[in-house]
Design a protein around this ligand. Sequence first.
Ligand code: SF4
Length: 351
Amino acid sequence: MHKSECYSDWEGQISHRISTRDQLEKYIKLTPDESAAFDAEVPLSFAITPHYASLLKNDALRRAVIPTHHENVFRADELDDPLGEEDHRVTPHLIHTYPDKVLFLTTSFCSTYCRYCTRSRMVGKPSTSSFEETFLYIEKHTEIRDVLLSGGDPLTLTDAVLNKILSRLRQIPHIRLIRIGSKVPVVLPMRITDNLCSILRKHRVWLSLHFIHPAELSPQTQTACQKLSDHGISMVSQTVLLKGINDNTQTLVDLFYGLLEINVKPYYLLQCDPVRGSAHFRTTVEKGIQLIRSLHGHISGLAIPQYVIDAPGGGGKVPILGNEQIRREGDGVFFINYKGKEYYYPDPPSK
Ligand code: SF4
């Protein structure tokens, strides 16, 4: 009964999501801290698919999705909106930060919530449904070439809704690239149906998939990615660097080679954003540099993602290769973005 196969279709997985302590305790024995976190108000919704719950014997994955009291420890330099997205919100569903690309927030729903989510201020909360204003904005702004559908997780939308969004975007002549950011192949692999693959293929969508650990490469996830690949869908991965979860060379090597084996190119290793209540997940930037340097020259270049800091406040992603790019001051580091502007990342406390 605890096996994900009990709900072999994706709608069954969603309707049987684990969203209470009692339901979760049917899968794993909670620690006192984990159990107590359910009595407190935590800022982010809680939900896990039965499929992902079946992987929680792995401690790293468990830490990523089960709340603890640390989420209610807020540091002064952490923010609800660490990337300053709200300052660039141009319609209820659209963030326009970079000159030629936009972030289209299609849904606030995820089938499983990651405890370090940058958008914890909005995921799992109700949102308005009309996209018309967003389409009109993209149509009018001919400088936009690249649309990233995100949320929430766009692949939790129905085929009909996704097809409608993608068809409308594909009618806009200046749009060259459509990407979808998703964790669905990891947390809800049965969502990757032939029909969904056909829709993604028809609209020439790139997938940017969120993986954090080799234990996420379950047989079902491997099958889902293989199916996407067989349909000709291009896939890259994004990995958030997380303390105690994947902040060691061997874990990253296993993950990145595992991704290549299922035709997913490791794209970004992201410094964890300083969202409120994230200090227990964040590493120092020096640690990130040490890890990325431990990969260069030692494993295939194809297996190495770019290590980036998404500049807090909306400065965009900045690739970091070495210590010469950062200037330490106080409890954090300064670095320069693509516009030559200086940004600050607050390192977590050392203890
Ligand atoms: S899948 Fe992405 S949007 Fe959803 S909770 Fe995880 S990090 Fe946030």
